[in-house]
Write a protein that binds this ligand. Structure first.
Ligand SMILES: *[C@@H]1O[C@H](CO)[C@@H](O)[C@H](O)[C@H]1NC(C)=O
Ligand SMILES: *[C@@H]1O[C@H](CO)[C@@H](O)[C@H](O)[C@H]1NC(C)=O
Length: 285
């Protein structure tokens, strides 16, 4: 259950006077110069129409003690990639990663438009109450034209599409999330191809568990079902790292490779381990 699904629940929650609003501010730099952020707009996307849902499916969480036992595979109906996990006594304080914005081609037999999202985030797998994430969604239209857009979301609050953030399919995008308290964080969203860095400072967010670090390609939900999932060129996730309060820094070793599908045969996306900092997601079927 998600707290903010029901508008009545929201109203009564606010009526108690205990709900601080999530607030955020943004600054941006391109080619070393400060960008006028008034050209950026943050368009709230109602959770019901475009929600990057929590992990669904089986997940074998691997604890630090099992770091040597990697290469397990887990299956999900909406996520593909890696979700690393720590314990409450050593919370995650930051997650970094660089990925290529999805570049799509038509998946035969599936409705158009088709989509894929790639993002980096904290929580949302073993922690089911919240997920802080930022990434890029690409949409492929009937004329094979495609466009990418950047967004961020602190679930279960709305996602925000960042209109004005320059990004094209295939661009290298970096996400650095730094947690300053369980309810405040900073997100750096970088487009390396366009030498552009957006800094978002977020306050009064839903309480983080700081248990999961995620590097994910998603077939996300829109309305009542999942969007039509396009085929994509390999999406590499590089320099993946999560910092923890007491160390060590975590990479992807020890975490399962998550496939999107109910088994290896029907997976539409598989995640392939390369080394502790790097892996890629490959389109299948
Ligand atoms: C989870 O781990 C168990 C025991 O290690 C294994 O038998 C099972 O196949 C794993 N499940 C997945 C989805 O990886
Ligand atoms: C952001 O993350 C990238 C990729 O992991 C890393 O190389 C870079 O140093 C990080 N930047 C900051 C300011 O933490």
């Amino acid at each position: 259950m998600r707290l903010f699904d029901n508008p009545l629940a929201l109203v009564s929650f606010l009526a108690w006077g205990s709900a601080a609003e999530l607030t955020f501010s943004a600054t941006a730099i391109q080619h070393g110069r400060t960008v006028d952020t008034s050209i950026l707009s943050f368009l709230p996307i109602p959770p019901r129409s475009h929600h990057h849902h929590f992990y669904q499916g089986l997940l074998n969480l691997t604890l630090l003690a099992d770091l040597d036992k990697r290469d397990t595979t887990s299956f999900s109906n909406n996520w593909c990639g890696v979700s690393q996990h720590t314990t409450a006594s050593n919370p995650i304080t930051g997650v970094n990663g660089i990925f290529s914005a999805p570049s799509l081609s038509q998946r035969p037999g599936q409705p158009i438009p088709q989509f894929a999202a790639a993002w980096v985030g904290i929580d949302g797998s073993s922690c089911r109450t919240t997920l802080l994430q930022a990434g890029v969604t690409t949409v492929l239209n009937s004329n094979d034209g495609q466009s990418a857009s950047a967004w961020w979301e602190w679930s279960p609050r709305s996602s925000y599409s960042i209109s004005g953030f320059p990004v094209k399919p295939g661009d290298w995008v970096g996400v650095n999330i730094t947690v300053s308290s369980p309810t405040s964080a900073k997100i750096l969203l970088t487009n390396y191809n366009q030498d552009y860095v957006l800094t978002l400072t977020l306050q009064n967010g839903p309480q983080l568990c700081q248990l999961d670090a995620d590097w994910i390609v998603e077939d996300f939900r829109q309305g009542d079902g999942k969007v039509s999932f396009g085929r994509f060129d390999d999406i590499w996730f590089e320099q993946c790292a999560a910092t923890t309060a007491h160390g060590p820094k975590l990479g992807i070793n020890g975490a399962p490779m998550i496939y999107l599908g109910s088994n290896a045969h029907d997976a539409t996306c598989v995640a392939k381990w390369y080394d502790n900092e790097d892996f890629y997601c490959e389109s299948q079927n």
